[in-house]
Write a protein that binds this ligand. Sequence first.
Ligand SMILES: [Zn+2]
Ligand SMILES: [Zn+2]
Ligand SMILES: [Zn+2]
Ligand SMILES: [Zn+2]
Ligand SMILES: [Zn+2]
Ligand SMILES: [Zn+2]
Ligand SMILES: [Zn+2]
Ligand SMILES: [Zn+2]
Length: 409
Amino acid sequence: YLSTIFCRNPYVCLECGYHGCITLPRVISINRHDHRVSRSYHLGHGDWECGVCREKMHWPFGGFSCKRCPNYAVHSKCATRDDVWDGEELEDEPEEEEEEAPYKEVNENEIIHFSHEEHNLRLGDDNVIDCEKMRCDACILPINSDIFFKCVQCNFFLHKVCASLPRKKRNILHNHKVDLRVRDKPGKYFECIYCLQFFDGFRYTCKNSLKSFTRCSFKIDVRCGSISEPFNHELHPHPLYRTSRETKTCGACGQESDYVLSCTSCKFALGMECATLPRTVKHRCDDHVLSLHFGDGNSKSTQLWCDICEGKTDPRVWFYGCDSCGTTLHIKCVLGDMYYFKPGNKYLGAELVSNDGMTRPFCIVCKNRCMFPSYLKAVVDDSTVEYGCSMGCCTQDTSKGQDELLYTI
Ligand SMILES: [Zn+2]
Ligand SMILES: [Zn+2]
Ligand SMILES: [Zn+2]
Ligand SMILES: [Zn+2]
Ligand SMILES: [Zn+2]
Ligand SMILES: [Zn+2]
Ligand SMILES: [Zn+2]
Ligand SMILES: [Zn+2]
């Protein structure tokens, strides 16, 4: 390969031949770096690590580097991967303007957030007792002990972190910039394309969906939308990266996952559905806060049981547990599939009710007692009320669940 010597860029040359080198873009944006990167023919002496695949780069050869970050460089073949680069050459394009901030400060304690412009939001005070019951309108998770804003006039809450979610951002899982969407018709829900969880609340969508319906009409929940590199998880000792788009076995649940973060020090990979699990949760079956645990991996150790479904727990996968009580609970049992829905709201034409009453109703579909944190309650007529325990049950046999009423099943 003459071309290899010629342009000193063996990756691209071996991959695409001589013409590949010439057609390489000069200035591009990639989905995991805030600044543009431009093609450089040699990186300068040093130990370079590719900012995408995290493997070594040979400094005499070229790559893409950042003018503002002296240590950031990417292999040409990695920078131009179609899950990393949107295919646009930016050489003659002006730099993008600063994005609009998600909120304006009114005074020390009050803001106006673009999702709720009609009222001011005030920094919440610490002595609120019912923090578990209050849900953030962006991520739908309980406010708990996090810093939050509360609307001065209505029941609208935002974690401070969620109020600061950028209105436009890059995301390591998609090659276009995504936009924060905040409102929709009541009762509308979404399914995150990466973690496959149903959710309500804020979400990221791709502007490109307006142009090409086939490729980008998807929703990303704020959990997946906020994932960045390096991704640190307290249950794994090394940082994780989105180095490849291969399907891998998730080290947390043991299932094949289409979207994984990988460890560059060991073989561990973490699927998005597990990477975004709440690290701590409250559940009625334990007085303490439960946290994510990994099993000891030993199938010969004493069999543990889930107190919610009374089934066995698998020592090879993650679970929610309490160290003081020795509680071990299946993740699916603790969260159900409506954990990111807001109790009190209507979904599928039925009201989502917290499952914390004295008795638990029977699901009309699976005929079992509802065991998840909340259930759907549909008032059919004066004398009939029906219950559904999960989206899994309530959207069965309906091709598009969204518009179907629970009681029409
Ligand atoms: Zn690379
Ligand atoms: Zn940079
Ligand atoms: Zn939140
Ligand atoms: Zn309000
Ligand atoms: Zn997600
Ligand atoms: Zn998993
Ligand atoms: Zn590792
Ligand atoms: Zn269980």
